[in-house]
Design a protein around this ligand. Structure first.
Ligand code: MRU
Length: 355
């Protein structure tokens, strides 16, 4: 399943790989209950910005899959599922963009008396998934052009098939450049506290036969200082109109280090991750998670009992620290507010419907 993506629709059910159990166990979950999808997003069994958007769309389809419902029942179920799913995680805009599209599809069929509702919603969810898969391929093609032969790359968190349903965002750049013979090795930040780098990225890249060196997050600065990193490539969960980027906690520190050491810092993301309605990164809601995710590792307590901890899941990197944003529609070099605005206007990107 990982070979084709991490989530799939199959005759009234959604199948997905439980990312919380990887790499030791490849558990495939099958559900026809949207609440299970919502719980899985919350628990990071399904995670990564595009994957969350795809899963939420399928969750909506599950909520109205019973074709014996009255129009009132359809509306009530849709509304309930939509609200439930929209409260799962606040930072990745893909979730809200996807829910916005499902709402539009629902209202269009409601106007026609609900005829073909479930097919229309399933169709929209499959289009969202297909668009994300295609976007990944194009991000890889655009981004690989920025990578010099013989590069040692550094990446953070997980941006591959698991996170996107397709080839990945930052990971698509890495994999495409590797297939072009340009990548020597990839340093993978373990990505504390939930270890998406150690558990997921190292696993995915080594399946591609790419040389992976796993490092603690705090090793990245040392590697840059001694000239071992040629470029940093990361993904994004939300990009504001001025090019500021929210991504996994620790991304900002990497960007500061990269600027200090003259290492190019690339962000790779589809247009579905842009939120032009937000003027700057300071408006991006940052998810705060259970402090237990810091005091415990793999379910085992590592801090003394009663120690306070703070667990923001994301941070914001100012656009001035970003060398380029690699999108599915091209590259935004030096992503200032003007550059991002001009780019989005040219690509006719519309602001996602954000709740
Ligand atoms: O908390 P997570 O694991 O969902 O965070 C994911 C990331 O920060 C990724 O880097 C991001 O979604 C971009 S790439 C798919």
């Amino acid at each position: 399943m990982v070979g084709t993506g991490s989530i799939e629709w199959s005759e009234g059910t959604v199948r997905f790989i439980n990312q919380a159990k990887l790499p030791d166990e490849e558990e495939i979950v099958e559900t026809s209950d949207y609440r299970r999808i919502a719980d899985s997003i919350r628990r990071l069994e399904i995670r990564g910005a595009p994957a969350i958007g795809i899963a939420a769309a399928f969750g909506i389809v599950l909520a109205v899959w019973d074709d014996r419902l009255t129009p009132e029942e359809y509306r009530a179920r849709f509304q309930e599922a939509w609200e439930h799913l929209s409260k799962t995680r606040p930072t990745a805009v893909n979730l809200f963009a996807s829910l916005g599209r499902m709402k539009r599809a629902f209202e269009e069929t409601a106007e026609r008396g609900f005829a073909g509702l479930r097919e229309a919603l399933l169709g929209e969810a499959l289009v969202i998934q297909r668009e994300e898969i295609d976007a990944c391929l194009r991000i890889g093609q655009f981004g690989a052009g920025l990578i010099n032969p013989g590069s040692n790359l550094l990446t953070h968190c997980n941006t591959g098939r698991l996170a996107t349903g397709g080839e990945g965002t930052a990971q698509s750049v890495i994999v495409t450049a590797f297939r072009q013979g340009k990548v020597r090795r990839v340093y993978v930040d373990e990505t504390r506290p939930l270890l998406q780098g150690a558990r997921l990225t190292a696993w995915e890249l080594s399946r591609e036969k790419i040389e992976v060196v796993l490092i603690t997050d705090s090793t990245a600065g040392y590697l840059m200082q001694v000239g071992k990193v040629d470029a940093v490539v990361v993904g994004a969960d939300r990009i504001a109109a001025n090019g500021d980027v929210a991504n996994k906690i620790g991304t900002y520190s990497l960007a500061v280090l990269a600027a200090k050491h003259g290492v190019p810092f690339y962000v790779a993301a589809p247009l579905s991750t842009f939120d032009p309605a937000l003027v700057s990164g300071s408006e991006i809601p940052i998810e705060e998670r259970d402090p237990m995710e810091v005091t415990h590792v793999g379910g085992n307590r590592v801090a003394a009992k009663g120690i306070n901890a703070f667990a923001p899941a994301f941070d914001v990197t100012g656009h001035e620290l970003i060398t380029a944003i690699i999108t599915d529609c091209g590259i935004i070099q030096n992503p200032t507010e003007q550059a991002v605005g001009k780019f989005l206007q040219k690509k006719k990107a519309v602001a996602p419907v954000v709740v």
